[in-house]
Design a protein around this ligand. Structure first.
Ligand code: G6P
Length: 458
């Protein structure tokens, strides 16, 4: 296929900035995505975004030649994409970097894994070839995340002239955990990323883990430079969007559902194993059990949006979240008080409303590349919000000082932290929220992206 766009700046990621839906009448509708990369890239004019077609709507759009300027969607064979995305990226690499395996029984790297790995290679090669076609001489190419660890090395072989960057939005596994991967596969992943001129991460900690993997397994990082860019919240957008009418309406609705005099502990996540939602619920239960004075006086507002429901372990986890929430409500709830307000349908305006209302935000992941919820809440908060934050979230590096920091596995300590957060004085809370918001917005998405581009070109 010939180049459709051609540009000086290219970005590659599995999920692109736009998705398509096929309507019943046969027409195709498009929807813009959000997130740090989308806002980050809005600062750049001459660019091409290479991404995968993810569903039937996307594939139909590609077939009909429906596209947006500057976006090239790759129609990868659905079976290949499923093996690469669900099989390798989400069930192996995501699990390794977030340390999610139940190691006595998993992972098992057998013939099925090898077949999926071949799909992951083919998927990465499709990206490398498309990038090689679209890139102008000497262009900068920014390859994103664990879906595309091999693409930088493959692209380097096709195009010597390009400046290639790779950015990891996840943690990077400590070397002893990374070595769960079969030796040849681990080496291939590292060499793939090292095909880039520059490999960048959200925090120093993840960058150091990557460097240690390279040093111990390959003997070094070669000529690849290592960088750190801590993506911040988009303050202008959040402040504006969170004051729009639909969010105001949600604030009133949630306030009524919670009860006027009650405090709120808010969490908003994808229903994602690494987010530690179940232990968070156990901590809330422990708070009600150990400190009965909080009964009737606090509501845990938990928004847990569906994610990766093709994978059985995510479906099971979603069911477990629901079960534990129901159990807490059955045990402690009264006629006028529902302790846990769990919502599982995705609604951005309602999330912003919850951020505004929150007295306490609970962000307790097992491991997390950054965690933008921790950064968004203090920016949007109406009256100051205490942050209970896992020390295993990337955001901890920048926000640890003004948060109440917890070990995410320690339910008792998390319950105590929730109590401390609920009882924090108004002045202290306001002061901390202000400093948290400053730290959270230090590197807005556009600058985050431009910094990477500049570092890659220098
Ligand atoms: C989170 C992670 C990203 C990852 C994305 C994929 O946002 O922080 O590193 O790329 O999930 O999510 P998806 O829904 O596309 O599987």
């Amino acid at each position: 296929m010939v180049a459709q766009n051609s540009a000086q700046v290219l970005v590659a990621s599995n999920r692109g900035p736009v998705s398509y839906a096929l309507h019943e009448d046969g027409s195709i509708g498009s929807r813009r995505g959000g997130g740090g990369l989308v806002s980050g890239l809005s600062a750049v004019e001459d660019k091409v975004w290479v991404c995968a077609a993810l569903g039937d709507g996307d594939r139909e759009a590609v077939r009909r030649g429906v596209s947006e300027p500057g976006v090239r969607m790759l129609d990868i064979d659905p079976a290949v994409h499923a093996d690469a995305y669900n099989g390798i990226a989400n069930s192996v690499l995501w699990f390794v970097h977030h340390m999610l395996y139940q190691t006595p029984v998993e992972p098992v790297f057998d013939a099925g894994f090898r077949r999926q790995w071949a799909a992951y290679e083919a998927y990465n090669r499709a990206f490398a070839e498309a990038l090689a076609e679209e890139a102008e001489p000497g262009a900068a190419v920014l390859v994103q995340d664990y879906h595309l660890t091999l693409a930088p090395g493959m692209l380097r072989e096709l195009r010597e002239d390009l400046r290639i960057g790779h950015f990891s939005h996840t943690p990077w596994a400590p070397v002893d955990y990374f070595r769960l991967l079969p030796d040849d596969i681990g080496e291939q992943v590292l060499r793939g990323v090292l095909g880039a001129d520059r490999a960048a991460f959200l925090t120093r900690r993840w960058a150091d883990s990557f460097t240690e993997c390279c040093t111990r397994i390959l003997g070094g990082t070669g000529r690849t430079r290592i960088g750190v860019h801590g993506l911040g919240a988009d303050a202008d957008f959040l402040r504006r969007r969170s004051r729009e009418a639909d969010v105001d309406t949600w604030v009133a609705t949630l306030r009524e559902q919670v009860g006027a005099d009650r405090k709120t502990i808010v969490r908003v996540d994808r229903t994602e194993l690494s987010k530690n939602i179940v232990r968070g619920l156990h901590a809330f239960r422990s708070l009600l059990e150990e400190r009965p004075e909080w009964r009737e006086r606090v509501v845990h507002v938990a928004f847990a949006y569906p994610s990766r429901q093709d994978l059985a372990v995510y479906r099971d986890y979603t069911a477990e979240v629901q079960r534990v929430a129901d159990d807490i409500n059955a045990t402690y709830g009264t006629a006028g008080w529902t302790p846990v307000l769990l919502r599982v349908d995705d609604d951005f305006a309602r999330s912003l409303a919850a951020y505004r209302l929150a007295d306490v935000a609970l962000v307790n992941p097992i491991r997390d590349g950054m965690n933008l919820v921790a950064k968004e809440v203090p920016v949007v908060s109406d009256h100051g919000c205490a942050l209970v934050l896992s020390r295993e979230a990337g955001a901890y590096e920048e926000m640890g000082e003004d948060a109440i920091v917890v070990n995410p596995y320690d339910v008792t300590a998390t319950a105590a932290a929730l109590h401390e957060a609920l009882t924090m004085g108004g002045d202290e809370r306001a002061g901390r929220t202000k400093r948290l918001a400053d730290a959270a917005t230090a590197l807005p998405p556009q600058q985050w992206f431009l910094d990477q581009l500049e570092a890659l070109r220098s």
